[in-house]
Design a protein around this ligand. Structure first.
Ligand code: ADP
Length: 190
Protein backbone atom coordinates (compact mmCIF):
# COMPACT_ATOMS: atom_id res chain seq x y z
CA UNK A 1 0.00 0.00 0.00
CA UNK A 2 1.35 3.40 -1.05
CA UNK A 3 0.95 6.69 0.78
CA UNK A 4 1.57 9.85 -1.21
CA UNK A 5 1.38 13.41 0.03
CA UNK A 6 0.51 16.19 -2.40
CA UNK A 7 2.33 19.19 -1.07
CA UNK A 8 2.33 22.86 -2.00
CA UNK A 9 0.78 26.25 -1.33
CA UNK A 10 -2.99 26.85 -1.44
CA UNK A 11 -4.22 26.90 -5.01
CA UNK A 12 -1.15 25.05 -6.36
CA UNK A 13 -3.32 22.41 -8.02
CA UNK A 14 -2.86 19.61 -5.49
CA UNK A 15 -6.50 18.53 -5.68
CA UNK A 16 -6.58 18.64 -9.48
CA UNK A 17 -3.50 16.42 -9.75
CA UNK A 18 -4.72 14.10 -6.98
CA UNK A 19 -7.98 13.46 -8.87
CA UNK A 20 -6.03 12.52 -12.01
CA UNK A 21 -3.84 10.17 -9.94
CA UNK A 22 -6.94 8.45 -8.53
CA UNK A 23 -8.12 7.53 -12.03
CA UNK A 24 -4.73 6.31 -13.23
CA UNK A 25 -3.35 4.53 -10.15
CA UNK A 26 -6.48 3.50 -8.28
CA UNK A 27 -5.60 5.36 -5.11
CA UNK A 28 -7.94 6.93 -2.59
CA UNK A 29 -7.90 10.74 -2.53
CA UNK A 30 -8.23 12.27 0.93
CA UNK A 31 -8.53 16.06 0.98
CA UNK A 32 -8.85 17.57 4.46
CA UNK A 33 -10.25 20.74 2.87
CA UNK A 34 -13.02 18.72 1.15
CA UNK A 35 -13.74 16.77 4.34
CA UNK A 36 -14.02 20.01 6.34
CA UNK A 37 -16.28 21.62 3.72
CA UNK A 38 -18.52 18.52 3.84
CA UNK A 39 -18.79 18.93 7.63
CA UNK A 40 -19.72 22.61 7.20
CA UNK A 41 -22.39 21.65 4.66
CA UNK A 42 -23.84 19.07 7.04
CA UNK A 43 -23.93 21.69 9.78
CA UNK A 44 -22.14 19.35 12.20
CA UNK A 45 -20.57 20.71 15.37
CA UNK A 46 -17.11 20.10 13.91
CA UNK A 47 -18.14 21.98 10.75
CA UNK A 48 -19.50 24.90 12.71
CA UNK A 49 -16.25 25.18 14.66
CA UNK A 50 -14.09 24.96 11.54
CA UNK A 51 -16.12 27.43 9.45
CA UNK A 52 -14.88 30.69 11.00
CA UNK A 53 -11.24 29.54 10.92
CA UNK A 54 -11.43 28.47 7.28
CA UNK A 55 -13.16 31.68 6.25
CA UNK A 56 -10.45 33.69 7.99
CA UNK A 57 -7.75 31.74 6.14
CA UNK A 58 -6.39 30.15 9.33
CA UNK A 59 -5.73 26.48 10.01
CA UNK A 60 -8.17 24.37 11.98
CA UNK A 61 -6.66 22.63 15.05
CA UNK A 62 -4.31 19.69 14.41
CA UNK A 63 -6.46 17.28 16.49
CA UNK A 64 -9.46 17.90 14.25
CA UNK A 65 -7.74 17.06 10.97
CA UNK A 66 -5.75 14.20 12.49
CA UNK A 67 -9.01 12.57 13.68
CA UNK A 68 -10.49 12.91 10.19
CA UNK A 69 -7.44 11.31 8.57
CA UNK A 70 -7.37 8.48 11.12
CA UNK A 71 -11.00 7.73 10.35
CA UNK A 72 -10.32 7.69 6.58
CA UNK A 73 -7.42 5.27 6.98
CA UNK A 74 -9.27 2.96 9.35
CA UNK A 75 -12.42 2.80 7.27
CA UNK A 76 -10.62 2.05 3.98
CA UNK A 77 -8.35 -0.92 4.69
CA UNK A 78 -8.56 -2.44 1.20
CA UNK A 79 -7.46 0.41 -1.06
CA UNK A 80 -4.24 0.33 -3.12
CA UNK A 81 -3.05 3.44 -1.33
CA UNK A 82 -3.84 6.99 -0.31
CA UNK A 83 -3.12 10.43 -1.66
CA UNK A 84 -3.24 12.99 1.12
CA UNK A 85 -4.07 16.44 -0.19
CA UNK A 86 -3.82 19.44 2.12
CA UNK A 87 -2.48 17.22 4.89
CA UNK A 88 -0.16 17.36 6.76
CA UNK A 89 0.05 21.14 7.04
CA UNK A 90 2.08 21.42 10.26
CA UNK A 91 5.07 19.48 11.60
CA UNK A 92 2.83 18.25 14.41
CA UNK A 93 0.41 16.77 11.86
CA UNK A 94 3.33 15.17 10.00
CA UNK A 95 4.73 13.48 13.08
CA UNK A 96 1.32 12.21 14.18
CA UNK A 97 0.78 10.81 10.67
CA UNK A 98 4.14 9.02 10.85
CA UNK A 99 3.25 7.51 14.23
CA UNK A 100 -0.20 6.51 13.06
CA UNK A 101 1.13 4.74 9.94
CA UNK A 102 4.03 3.13 11.83
CA UNK A 103 1.56 1.49 14.23
CA UNK A 104 -0.03 -0.16 11.20
CA UNK A 105 3.35 -1.17 9.75
CA UNK A 106 3.02 1.47 7.03
CA UNK A 107 4.75 4.71 6.13
CA UNK A 108 4.62 7.82 3.95
CA UNK A 109 6.22 6.75 0.68
CA UNK A 110 6.74 10.09 -0.97
CA UNK A 111 5.88 13.74 -0.91
CA UNK A 112 5.13 15.33 -4.28
CA UNK A 113 5.66 19.06 -3.97
CA UNK A 114 4.11 21.32 -6.61
CA UNK A 115 6.26 24.44 -6.90
CA UNK A 116 4.27 27.60 -7.68
CA UNK A 117 5.21 31.16 -6.72
CA UNK A 118 2.96 33.44 -4.65
CA UNK A 119 1.79 35.54 -7.62
CA UNK A 120 0.66 32.51 -9.60
CA UNK A 121 -1.03 31.16 -6.45
CA UNK A 122 -3.07 34.37 -6.18
CA UNK A 123 -4.00 34.21 -9.88
CA UNK A 124 -5.12 30.56 -9.60
CA UNK A 125 -7.18 31.21 -6.48
CA UNK A 126 -8.90 34.18 -8.16
CA UNK A 127 -9.68 31.98 -11.16
CA UNK A 128 -11.09 29.23 -8.90
CA UNK A 129 -13.25 31.81 -7.13
CA UNK A 130 -15.17 32.22 -10.38
CA UNK A 131 -15.73 28.47 -10.74
CA UNK A 132 -16.37 27.27 -7.18
CA UNK A 133 -18.32 28.87 -4.41
CA UNK A 134 -15.58 29.04 -1.75
CA UNK A 135 -15.71 32.02 0.59
CA UNK A 136 -11.99 31.66 1.42
CA UNK A 137 -11.15 32.23 -2.27
CA UNK A 138 -13.00 35.55 -2.51
CA UNK A 139 -11.21 38.07 -0.30
CA UNK A 140 -7.67 39.34 -0.81
CA UNK A 141 -6.91 39.54 2.92
CA UNK A 142 -8.02 35.92 3.47
CA UNK A 143 -5.95 34.72 0.51
CA UNK A 144 -2.95 36.65 1.88
CA UNK A 145 -3.43 35.00 5.29
CA UNK A 146 -3.53 31.54 3.72
CA UNK A 147 -0.29 32.22 1.84
CA UNK A 148 1.34 33.59 5.01
CA UNK A 149 0.17 30.58 7.00
CA UNK A 150 1.61 28.29 4.33
CA UNK A 151 5.05 29.94 4.57
CA UNK A 152 5.06 29.98 8.38
CA UNK A 153 3.51 26.65 9.33
CA UNK A 154 3.56 24.36 6.30
CA UNK A 155 6.82 25.14 4.51
CA UNK A 156 8.92 23.79 7.42
CA UNK A 157 7.67 20.36 6.37
CA UNK A 158 9.95 20.54 3.34
CA UNK A 159 12.97 20.02 5.61
CA UNK A 160 11.12 17.40 7.63
CA UNK A 161 10.57 15.23 4.54
CA UNK A 162 13.93 16.07 2.94
CA UNK A 163 15.64 14.60 5.98
CA UNK A 164 13.62 11.43 5.48
CA UNK A 165 14.56 11.37 1.77
CA UNK A 166 10.91 11.48 0.77
CA UNK A 167 10.65 14.94 -0.75
CA UNK A 168 10.28 15.41 -4.54
CA UNK A 169 9.60 18.66 -6.40
CA UNK A 170 7.84 19.26 -9.68
CA UNK A 171 7.35 22.51 -11.57
CA UNK A 172 3.74 23.60 -11.09
CA UNK A 173 3.63 26.49 -13.53
CA UNK A 174 2.53 24.65 -16.70
CA UNK A 175 -0.82 23.29 -17.88
CA UNK A 176 -2.71 20.61 -15.91
CA UNK A 177 -1.56 17.99 -18.44
CA UNK A 178 2.09 19.10 -18.34
CA UNK A 179 2.11 18.94 -14.56
CA UNK A 180 0.39 15.54 -14.56
CA UNK A 181 3.04 14.19 -16.96
CA UNK A 182 5.71 15.18 -14.44
CA UNK A 183 3.71 13.59 -11.59
CA UNK A 184 3.42 10.30 -13.51
CA UNK A 185 7.10 10.26 -14.45
CA UNK A 186 7.98 10.81 -10.83
CA UNK A 187 5.62 8.11 -9.50
CA UNK A 188 6.87 5.60 -12.03
CA UNK A 189 10.51 6.18 -11.10
CA UNK A 190 9.94 5.94 -7.34
P1 ADP B 1 -6.21 25.20 -0.36
O1 ADP B 1 -5.21 24.16 -0.70
O2 ADP B 1 -6.65 25.97 -1.56
O3 ADP B 1 -5.82 26.11 0.78
P2 ADP B 1 -7.91 23.32 1.09
O4 ADP B 1 -9.23 22.87 0.58
O5 ADP B 1 -6.80 22.33 1.17
O6 ADP B 1 -7.55 24.54 0.15
O7 ADP B 1 -8.05 23.95 2.57
C1 ADP B 1 -9.03 24.91 2.87
C2 ADP B 1 -8.92 25.30 4.34
O8 ADP B 1 -9.25 24.18 5.17
C3 ADP B 1 -7.53 25.74 4.83
O9 ADP B 1 -7.26 27.10 4.56
C4 ADP B 1 -7.65 25.45 6.34
O10 ADP B 1 -8.42 26.43 7.00
C5 ADP B 1 -8.46 24.16 6.37
N1 ADP B 1 -7.56 22.98 6.34
C6 ADP B 1 -7.46 22.07 5.33
N2 ADP B 1 -6.53 21.14 5.62
C7 ADP B 1 -6.04 21.45 6.84
C8 ADP B 1 -5.04 20.88 7.68
N3 ADP B 1 -4.35 19.78 7.34
N4 ADP B 1 -4.79 21.47 8.89
C9 ADP B 1 -5.46 22.54 9.27
N5 ADP B 1 -6.41 23.15 8.52
C10 ADP B 1 -6.70 22.62 7.31
Amino acid sequence: MKHFIMFGPPGAGKGTQAKLMVDKYNLRHVSTGDLLRAEIKKGSELGNQAKALIEAGSLVPDEVVVAMIKNEIETNPHVAGFIFDGFPRTTQQASVLDEMLAKMGKQVDSVISIIVDDNLVKERIKHRAMLEDRKDDMQDDVIANRIRTYHQKTEPLIDYYKKLNKYHEINGSGTIEEIFDQVCTLIETL
